[in-house]
Design a protein around this ligand. Structure first.
Ligand code: ATR
Length: 262
C-alpha cells in the first residue's frame, strides 16, 4: 500500500481547495505525502471504494457521498454514526474508519461570532449531509433548532431524527432567529455560469434577513467558494454579523489532518 496518498472524494470536486491546503500542510510539516482529487460519480462509489484501502492512507468525503460512504467502511465512530455522515476516512493498517470533523469545524466557526449558543434560536437551511453535522452540533450545544428546506419531507425526516421543528424556506422569519446557517448548495461557485453570484437559499432577500427586529441574526454559510456568498453579502448589508464557510472549512481540515497523523 502507498501509505502516503490521500484524496478528496466528491462529485463534482473540481472546485475543491483541499488538495492545495493539505499538500501545503504536508510540505510545511516535512511529511512525504500527496493529496489528490478523486471525482467519483454516485453510481461509481462502490467500485471506487473496492480499491481504496490499497491505494490511500486517508480521505476527505464531500458532496454527495457523506452518507452513502458509510456502508463501505469497516468502522464508523459513534459520533459520526449518530450524525449519519462521514467526512473523513482514516486507513488504520487496512481498516477503514469513518469520522466526522464537520461538527467541530462548524461549531468552531460559529463560536467565533456567537459566544453562548445554549438557548439561542437557530435556523438551518437545508437537510442534507452538511445539515446533519450542523444540526447535531447546535443541538448538542443547547440551541433551539428549526430546519427549513426546499423539499419539506427531507426537513421533516431530519427534524424527527434530531428532535427539531421544520418548515419550508419561505417560512424563514428573521424576527425569530438568532443564528441562521445555510447548508444548501445554493450560491456555490459554478465554473459554467455566473448565476451563483445572485443565488440565495432565501426566496426573498434581503428583507428576509434584515426583518424588522432590531436584534439581527448572525448569519453563517457552509459554502466556502465564493468566500462571500450572496446570502452573506445581503446579510452584511443588513447589518448582520457574518461567518464565512472558509472558517468552517479550515477548522474541519485541521481536524482531518490531525486524525491522519495520529
Ligand atoms: P450536502 O452533503 O452538502 O449537504 P446534499 O446532501 O446533496 O449535500 O444536500 C443538499 C441540500 O441543498 C439539500 O437540503 C437540498 O434540498 P432538497 O432536500 O430539496 O434537495 C438543498 N438544495 C440543493 N439545491 C437547491 C436549490 N436549488 N434550492 C434550494 N435548496 C437546494
Amino acid at each position: 500500500m502507498n501509505s502516503r496518498r490521500y484524496c478528496v472524494i466528491g462529485y463534482p470536486v473540481k472546485h475543491s481547495f483541499s488538495p492545495k491546503l493539505h499538500n501545503g500542510w504536508f510540505k510545511k510539516n516535512k511529511i512525504k505525502a500527496r493529496y489528490v482529487k478523486e471525482e467519483v460519480k454516485p453510481e461509481d462509489l462502490g467500485k471506487f471504494m473496492c480499491g481504496f484501502r490499497e491505494k490511500f492512507a486517508g480521505a476527505n468525503v464531500t458532496i454527495p457521498h457523506k452518507e452513502k460512504i458509510m456502508k463501505f467502511l469497516d468502522e464508523v465512530t459513534p459520533e459520526a454514526r449518530e450524525i449519519g455522515a462521514v467526512n473523513v476516512i482514516v486507513n488504520r493498517g487496512g481498516k477503514l474508519v469513518g469520522h466526522n470533523t464537520d461538527v467541530v469545524g462548524a461549531m468552531a466557526a460559529l463560536k467565533s461570532a456567537v459566544k453562548i449558543i445554549k438557548g439561542k434560536r437557530a435556523v438551518v437551511l437545508g437537510a442534507g449531509g452538511a445539515a446533519r453535522a450542523v444540526v447535531y452540533g447546535l443541538k448538542k450545544a443547547g440551541a433551539q433548532v428549526v430546519i427549513l428546506n426546499r423539499t419539506i419531507e427531507n426537513a421533516e425526516r431530519l427534524a424527527a431524527e434530531f428532535d427539531c421543528k421544520f418548515g419550508a424556506l419561505e417560512d424563514f422569519d428573521a424576527a425569530n432567529c438568532d443564528i441562521l446557517i445555510n447548508t444548501t448548495s445554493v450560491g456555490m461557485w459554478d465554473e459554467n455560469s455566473g448565476d451563483y453570484k445572485i443565488q440565495t437559499p432565501l426566496p426573498c432577500h434581503p428583507e428576509l434577513v434584515s426583518g424588522s427586529s432590531p436584534q439581527k441574526p448572525v448569519v453563517m454559510d457552509v459554502i466556502y467558494r465564493p468566500k462571500m456568498t450572496r446570502l452573506l453579502k445581503d446579510a452584511k448589508a443588513c447589518g448582520c454579523k457574518v461567518v464565512t464557510g472558509e472558517k468552517m472549512f479550515l477548522a474541519q481540515a485541521a481536524e482531518s489532518f490531525k486524525l491522519w497523523l495520529r
